[in-house]
Design a protein. Structure first.
Length: 140
């Protein structure tokens, strides 16, 4: 029974390293700095598990909570997958014509609204832990 636990820990470590390598290999220094800071910020909350999906870092608990998306030329979007279910997202997050996902585009660490993001993370984590995600199929 020890083997699966060790494999699981190894897998988590590998996924963490994969995300950190992704960030380190970003060509734009500003994006690298923002994503490094956000990556560390996100990992402070709960037991977030980073994984590369769709060629960008996603962060999981029971389901996808958020992702980091480098936006050319030098910005980063921090997007919350279930933003439509969050009450604290309205004034900070932008849905950009999306129905479920909303994010904040960050152009520098100085413009990062840390307090607001911490509140959004707390709510997003509580939502993920208490309300199971229901996959919605596109309507007919």
């Amino acid at each position: 029974m020890e083997k699966p636990i060790k494999e699981n820990l190894s897998s988590k470590k590998d996924q963490l390293e994969e995300v950190e390598i992704f960030i380190e290999e970003l060509e734009n220094e500003n994006q690298r700095e923002i994503m490094t800071h956000l990556h560390e910020f996100i990992l402070m909350f709960a037991d977030m598990e980073p994984k590369i999906r769709f060629k960008i870092p996603f962060y999981y608990l029971h389901s996808w909570v958020c992702y980091l998306n480098p936006i050319k030329p030098d910005k980063v979007e921090l997007a919350f997958v279930r933003a439509n279910e969050l009450s604290s997202s309205s004034h900070v997050l932008d849905f950009k014509k999306r129905k479920q996902i909303a994010g904040i585009t960050i152009d520098s660490l100085k413009s990062l609204p840390k307090l607001e993001l911490a509140l959004i993370f707390q709510e997003a984590i509580l939502l993920d832990e208490t309300v199971p995600y229901k996959l919605r199929k596109k309507g007919k």
